[in-house]
Design a binder for this molecule. Structure first.
Ligand code: NAI
Ligand code: PYL
Ligand code: MG
Length: 271
């Protein structure tokens, strides 16, 4: 998994507020209401403990602080444990936490100590960024088309969401084996019953997309030929897959933020 850096999180607070406004304009729902509707859950004054974890590459500057900002921005009660790791877990439980947020290099989870519900960041991130596109009004019901770039651990749950909404999905991944697995409907974490509903993106076919989802760790992954004026790009991928030049040329609206949107989605998944 590509790890965040403190620089990625530098403007996170502004980005979360700006993206909340943009999502509201695009879907008619704030991020908070969107997540409540996705999972059919509501917050109930849960106390959320954020445990810094030193395992692997260690603590990421601004990571715990960005989680606390997210929790408090959306009206929840949270705290960062003074201790890290297992001592932090003990501190969280004995301080009356209802939900724990903690991440090592392989997994970032939300765990509800009361209900024992658990949520994984990659799954909840893919889902919420896909739901944002699905909930935008589509002028013609027949034109439910989306381009998905990046078929990894975030992109795959997004595919499931697009399939649930009845989208026709074009896909691209730099890894041709992964691309063939997804199009063939077989292999690791392929969406069930997807065979025949997902096609390879062909850049020579001239198709333009109003809705594009991107989840890769690479830049410049969104090709000019797929863009049309006013395309919307929903992308958890870091860095952004669309160059500034193309964004301005096609007036592309971009939903992108490095941590908070996915975290909110995780919290609603365990409420
Ligand atoms: P992954 O490694 O599981 O999947 C990435 C996929 O992108 C792979 O299938 C890879 O072959 C493909 N890829 C790489 N370079 C490509 C290129 N140039 N063109 C097309 N495909 C390419 O990674 P994962 O976990 O799915 O994460 C994807 C991105 O999302 C990463 O940048 C990660 O840091 C970010 N992320 C962001 C979150 C957020 O809240 N904004 C949350 C979780 C992940
Ligand atoms: C959750 C993010 C989204 C993108 N990559 C994922 C990542 O950076 N994971 C690592 C998180 C490690 C956190 C560190 C700390 O500060 O507690 N252990
Ligand atoms: Mg990218």
């Amino acid at each position: 998994m590509a790890l965040l850096t403190p620089d990625d999180l530098q403007n996170m607070t502004d980005a979360l507020v700006e993206n909340d406004n943009l999502v509201c304009t695009l879907t008619g729902l704030s991020l908070d209401r969107l997540c409540a509707d996705i999972y059919k859950t509501e917050k109930k004054n849960e106390k959320i403990a954020i445990i810094p974890v030193t395992a692997g590459c260690g603590i990421i500057g601004r990571f715990s602080e960005s989680l606390l900002f997210t929790v408090q921005h959306f009206g929840m009660d949270g705290f960062i444990t003074k201790n890290t790791d297992i001592a932090g877990f003990y501190e969280a439980v004995t301080s009356g936490a209802d939900i724990i947020l903690m991440a090592d290099d392989l997994a970032f989870v939300a765990y509800n100590l009361k209900s024992q519900k658990i949520a994984h960041n990659q799954i909840c991130t893919g889902r919420v960024y896909a739901e944002i596109l699905c909930r935008m009004p589509t002028p013609d019901a027949a034109a439910k088309e989306v381009l998905v770039i990046g078929l990894g651990k975030v992109g795959t749950p997004a595919l499931e969401t697009f399939l649930d909404y009845g989208y026709s999905i074009s896909v691209f991944d730099a890894d041709s084996r992964r691309l063939n697995e997804v199009v063939g409907g077989s292999g690791y974490r392929c969406p069930p019953n997807s065979s025949g509903k997902i096609k390879k993106y062909d850049p020579n076919a001239g198709c333009k997309f109003d809705k594009i989802f991107e989840a890769t760790p690479a830049a410049d992954t969104v090709p000019e030929c797929c863009l049309t004026n006013g395309s919307v790009l929903s992308t958890p991928g870091i860095p952004c897959g669309l160059s500034k030049t193309l964004q301005e040329k096609y007036n592309v609206k971009i939903v992108q933020e490095p941590l908070g949107i996915g975290t909110l989605s995780m919290l609603y998944a365990v409420f």
